[in-house]
Ligand binder design. Structure first.
Ligand code: PXP
Length: 252
């Protein structure tokens, strides 16, 4: 993939959520992954949670053996997840905070005070050829710590910005966007590759996609929800073109 262009990672967790609601094998997240790639995704993102509420170990094994596109494994900073990543060897891993009771990943990873443990974890994954990013808030000290523990990339949490856009709070959205812009510039200056994601939809994606240092967006829930109405192909195709237009400086 060309690092100059903005990549789209499609998170297919919620295809598995629907499958698991009935306990069978339909809809198959691996089939969704193939369709997502055909529709313009550059890679597939999956979050293997400790409670396996959506994606399961077998899904990742199948993705690894059946899909000819990069896989980004979102994982908690636990020994269990590191062992799985080292066995399956996704192209990339994004270390995220995880609490059992949360509905989705709330907030970024806390790095301060746990740097030595993270440094070992990041180093072990990187030695296995896995590109490691850390899912973080747009906060300078946290970004400095991410660089310091040896991460190749950071993924900036866009949740607060997306909430502000949904709440129709122009001033708050502007402030959150400015925070993301400043963080992207700071992270890039530290030599980190910059990704972003969480909560993005057709309305919020443009201004984030226009941030020049960001090279990858990971988007899931909205796309899978929208696919119910228009199909995965059209939902992803529209997201892709909104990203590309914003990147090219064209109005949506
Ligand atoms: N990036 C990370 C690190 C995430 O944890 C998630 C949610 O699993 C996403 C991106 C995608 O967020 P959403 O499903 O809200 O688009």
């Amino acid at each position: 993939m060309n690092p100059e262009t903005l990549r789209l990672g499609v998170n297919i967790d919620h295809v598995a959520t629907i499958r698991n609601a009935r306990g069978g094998s339909h809809p198959d997240p691996v089939r969704a992954a193939h369709l997502a790639i055909l529709a313009g995704a550059d890679g597939i993102t999956v979050h293997l949670r400790e409670d396996r509420r959506h994606i399961r170990d077998r899904d990742i094994e199948r993705l690894k053996s059946e899909l000819f596109a990069p896989i980004n494994l979102e994982m908690a900073a636990t020994d269990e997840m590191v062992a799985i990543a080292l066995r399956i060897r996704p192209n990339a891993a994004c270390i995220v905070p995880e609490r059992r009771e949360e509905r989705t990943t709330e907030g970024g990873l806390k790095l301060l005070g746990v740097e030595p443990r993270l440094r070992r974890m990041v180093g072990g994954l990187a030695d296995a050829g896995i590109r490691v990013s850390l899912f973080v808030e747009a906060d300078r000290k946290t970004l400095d710590a991410a660089a310091e523990v040896g991460a190749a990339a950071v993924e900036l949490h866009t949740g607060e910005y997306c909430h502000a856009v949904l709440d129709d709070s122009g001033a708050r959205a502007d402030a959150e966007l400015a925070r993301l812009q400043e963080a992207a510039a700071h992270a890039s200056g530290l030599g980190l590759e910059v990704h972003a994601g969480h909560g993005l939809d057709f309305t919020s994606v443009g201004p984030v996609a226009a941030i020049p240092q960001i090279v990858e967006l990971n988007i899931g829930h909205f796309l899978i929800g929208e696919a119910v109405f228009v199909g995965l192909d059209e939902a992803i195709g529209r997201m892709r073109s909104l990203m590309d237009q914003a990147r090219a400086g064209q109005p949506a």
